[in-house]
Design a protein around this ligand. Structure first.
Ligand code: GDP
Ligand code: MG
Length: 148
């Protein structure tokens, strides 16, 4: 009989480097912080998002004042999509990313160190990270397909 594993299957989250992060050349810095923390990038792709992917990804925000500016922003240039693995990675990456509003985000976080208010209708805050294990599974299926 084999020993029970003491290391269960690691968690996964969906990270997006948004068009502002890609355009500013911050993709490497975001991935560096992810890897320096000890998480593992298991899928990685740069491409343009489609309106359909964004409608599904941001369904919870439909109808909010920032929804259309957010979708337009996410369509404005290529994004980098990453599936990141590690125990506790869902809240762990949210901690690395910092608060949604880059003005309020703490120094030491991606948004706090690298983001700012540009006076636009949308918060250009460099990264997206799934907010729960359920969101991570749903979002990973949207961007990489059901068998990702
Ligand atoms: P996140 O999970 O921290 O990315 O934040 P949310 O899921 O609440 O919002 C999704 C994205 O919409 C954020 O990352 C911002 O780019 C944008 N956003 C959220 N809230 C606001 C807001 O109150 N005003 C503006 N202008 N943009 C927002
Ligand atoms: Mg969110």
């Amino acid at each position: 009989m084999s020993e029970p594993s003491t290391v269960p299957t690691p968690d996964r989250t969906l990270v997006i480097v948004k068009p502002d992060g890609v355009a500013r050349g911050l993709t490497g810095e975001v991935l560096r912080r992810v890897e320096a923390k000890g998480y593992r990038v298991v899928r990685l792709e740069m491409r343009r998002a489609t309106p359909d992917e964004l409608a599904r990804h941001y369904a919870e925000h439909e109808g909010k004042p920032f929804y259309q500016p957010l979708v337009d922003f996410m369509l404005s240039g290529p994004v980098v999509l990453a599936v990141v693995e590690g125990h506790g990675v869902v809240p762990g990456f949210r901690s690395l990313a910092g608060a949604t509003d880059p003005t309020a985000a703490a120094p030491g976080t991606i948004r706090g160190d690298l983001g700012r208010d540009w006076g636009l209708k949308v918060q250009q805050n460099i990264v997206h990270g799934s907010d729960s294990a359920e969101s991570a599974a749903r979002e990973t299926a949207i961007w990489f397909g059901a068998d990702a």
